[in-house]
Design a binder for this molecule. Structure first.
Ligand SMILES: [Zn+2]
Length: 230
């Protein structure tokens, strides 16, 4: 089951819900209501069933709030209920719904003057996989990574995409953070993955898997350059 995140601006009380993983839905709805938060979007890091299986329940609680996925996740989204019935034969759920609208790489969601979320498209684990980069006072503070970087900070999950692109998207994500170096405090920057507990980004970056993946990507790119030279 996937993690569900509620991200709210203290001043405006506007919030977004990211990944309606089934088991956390009621608790998330309770958090939103008891704090007086005003949801403006329901977002998904990608449209695999375990990340969107509770979206219908969330929409029942907040019917006017649009549900958005990356535009390349649209087809996967409409297939998700089939994935759910294939994987969990005993479960018949009607809580997966199609997206109301789509976002793209670089889309920005503003919750208040100090809190914004920008979309980093990381196709690999699935065509529409996305990392939500959360900026607080213009400092990159959290990356909500779905399954692009997961498994206790080690390997990203390989499922629908090819292993090549799953690894490459993980490397692209690490490199994007490096490009953002002047807007991130690496000591406090945290990864909020699709599964398992949040963890410091540097734990991933300095981990064995990330180092191996970076080396692997460098070799792949070298090979590609050589092929192009020929
Ligand atoms: Zn997934």
């Amino acid at each position: 089951m996937a993690n569900c995140y509620v991200l709210a601006d203290k001043k405006t009380k506007q919030c977004v819900v990211i990944d309606c993983g089934g088991q956390h839905i009621q608790a998330s709805i309770e958090i939103i209501k008891s704090n007086g938060f005003k949801p403006i979007y329901i977002l998904a890091t990608h449209a695999h069933f375990d990340h969107i299986e509770g979206t219908g329940i969330m929409k029942d609680a907040f019917p006017s709030v649009p549900f958005l996925v990356h535009k390349k996740g649209a087809k996967v989204c409409s297939r998700a209920s089939k994935q759910l019935s294939d994987v969990c034969m005993w479960m018949i759920r009607r809580d997966i719904i199609d997206a109301d609208d789509y976002f793209d790489n670089g889309s920005v969601f503003k919750l208040g003057p100090n809190l914004s979320i920008s979309v980093l498209h990381t196709p690999g684990h699935s065509p529409g996989s996305t990392v939500f980069m959360v900026y607080i006072k213009k400092v990159l503070t959290y990356a909500i990574s779905g399954d692009t970087a997961v498994m206790k900070g080690a390997a990203p999950m390989f499922w629908e995409g090819s292993l090549f692109w799953t690894k490459m998207s993980f490397v692209n994500f690490l490199e994007h953070i490096e490009k953002e170096a002047n807007r991130v405090d690496l000591e406090t920057f945290k990864l909020l993955p699709g599964h398992f507990a949040p963890l410091p980004f540097m734990k991933i970056r300095n981990g064995r898997y990330a180092k191996k993946a970076m080396k692997w990507a460098a070799k792949q790119r070298e090979r590609e350059c050589l092929a192009l030279d020929i």
